[in-house]
Design a protein around this ligand. Sequence first.
Ligand code: PGA
Length: 244
Amino acid sequence: MKVIIKENYDELSKEAAKMVEKQLRGKKNSVLGLATGATPLGTYKELVRLFKDEDLSFKDVSSFNLDEYIGLDENNENSYRYFMSENLFKLIDIKKENTYVPNGMANNPIEAGMEYDRTILENGGIDLQILGIGSNGHIAFNEPAKSLSLGTTLVRLAKATIQDNARFFDNIKDVPTEAITMGIGSIMRARKIILLASGKNKADIIGKLLNSPSITTNIPASLLLLHPNVTIICDKDAYSRVNK
Ligand code: PGA
């Protein structure tokens, strides 16, 4: 595992975008794993700039998002499909049919999850996966628990996650309580993983993750310590509780 510490959020975003750029310049038809949330926004902004100013093309790229809320369709401003369209897909030359987000409106989310994993495999697997981290250590919507699903499936959101994500909704009661999330196995099969952590509200969890490295399903992100090619990019605030 590699840890890169950057001065601030802007530098972190540029570093992450540079790694995506390197991946795409080396393999035009890369399969990207994408995340939503506040953290990757700066990375997407920089990728849009690279597309506009430096000929970085996404026309042969496929993408798979980590998760989607149950019950929100693509026109709902809080759906992750909407987030991705507004913040990245509409602004670059990726083909809509090559962008995959789990279907939060599926009649059978469990079946839809299995189908999602099959589609990832049919596309050759994920080359580069971008991840955020929840303040409770979740990755995607794999919440701390006794056991974690390997495959993409239906999950209930943890209280802490509902509270963290309420900032994006008018009212905490509007935050969906369930989601379809890529499973731990689906994430771990990615050939390369970048985990991004920014800000003081991530300092505790990054401290827990890095101070005495061990794995536990109570910190789902700790399972990444088993992956052969993970880079954690933190800004100074997120890194501030790691023992020097
Ligand atoms: P955030 O979410 O980027 O909005 O902090 C991260 C996550 O929950 O994975």
